[in-house]
Design a protein around this ligand. Structure first.
Ligand code: AHG
Ligand code: MN
Ligand code: MN
Length: 315
């Protein structure tokens, strides 16, 4: 029997309509990101074939030039977003400077074209992260003023998860019709969950407060369970759905942690708050940090509200 489904496009149009001054340009912007995501997804799916069909830097069996997936995704997002007609400035984790598309364009977008890229070669989940601002001429603005953010997860199925300030919704790609369908309506992070997600290999380099916290959660009556993929998109996606705590803290080698404020931390901190969870850099929300540079990194702890609260009692 036919069951009514909502596509991502229908959903975005309906959400934008609820806003008084809607012009349709946000919908157009998201549609370009959605289309880029579908193209990246189709390439991710074939990534393991590069070795037999042709190596990077060469031409493959179809006489196409083989590009590294992260370079390909980066270029595709630049091209498709520039063509959307909605862009002021674009920033990518792969580039040192922002690109001015049109000084007067309506939106600025920051993206991590392929997050978790060390996992590509081993066929483990990777993703694309994006963060959207109104263009007011200043590209380095606090994450708090984002007008939308989201990610695409290339996993067993492909998911598009985003928020434009009214909760978080997730869509799963139906490959048979090529559309993202609403599958995870109004995602709310569970308030508690004994999952922790951190690169434990850096333990000796962590600050004492972090070591004490980690020791403590392992000694609880119901010890915390470790879950770590090493792709932020996958680790935070699991945290959004199942709860727990995700951490990329400062360590002796990386005092500011590894993750980038504009491309990774802010979009996820925004989504986490929109889903009822929390995110902290030190004791404050990363969303309140005024970025000093495009490539700025910041330590981050995020996830279930009560898990973050518990962590904060250690610092
Ligand atoms: P990217 O592939 O975009 O450079 O990002 C990788 C990031 C992030 O996805 C992940 O959470 C983190 O690196 C993992 O860091 P460790 O290897 O230090 O665990
Ligand atoms: Mn990344
Ligand atoms: Mn990346």
């Amino acid at each position: 029997m036919y069951k009514h489904v909502t596509t991502l496009t229908e959903f975005v149009v309906a959400s934008e309509r609820k806003q008084k001054e809607a012009t349709g340009s946000f919908t157009l912007l998201l549609t370009h990101i959605e289309n880029a995501a579908k193209i990246i997804a189709s390439h991710v799916k074939r990534s393991g074939l590069a070795d037999i069909l042709g190596k990077t830097g060469t031409t493959n069996a179809y006489d196409e030039e083989v590009q590294k997936l992260d370079e390909f995704s980066d270029k595709l997002l630049f091209d498709m977003l520039s063509d959307s007609g909605q862009i002021g400035y674009l920033g990518s984790e792969e580039k040192e400077d922002v690109l001015c598309v049109n000084k007067k364009g309506k939106y600025n977008v920051f993206f991590d074209p392929l997050d978790g890229s060390s996992n590509i070669d081993v066929n483990i989940n990777i993703g694309t992260i994006f963060s959207i601002y109104h263009n007011d001429g200043d590209v380095l603005r606090e994450g708090r003023v984002q007008v939308g953010a989201g990610y695409v997860l290339y996993g067993p199925s492909v998911m598009f998860v985003y928020s434009s300030g009214a909760g978080v919704n997730g869509f799963t790609l139906d490959p048979s019709i090529g559309s993202f369908l609403l599958s995870h309506e109004n995602i709310i992070v569970p308030q508690n969950k004994n999952y922790y997600s951190i690169n434990d290999g850096n333990y000796e380099l962590f600050e004492n407060s972090m070591k004490e916290y980690l020791t403590s959660i392992k000694k609880e009556e119901k010890p915390y369970q470790s879950r770590y993929v090493g792709s932020m998109v996958a680790d935070v996606h699991r945290t959004l759905l199942k709860g727990g705590i995700f951490m990329n803290p400062s360590n002796k080698k990386r005092p500011d942690g590894k993750l980038r404020l504009l491309f990774e931390v802010n979009p996820f901190a925004y989504l986490m708050e929109q889903a009822g969870g929390s995110a902290v850099s030190g004791k404050i929300s990363p969303l309140d940090i005024k970025p000093q540079s495009l490539t700025q990194r910041t330590p981050i702890v995020m996830g279930s509200k009560n898990e973050v609260k518990k962590y904060l009692t250690f610092i």
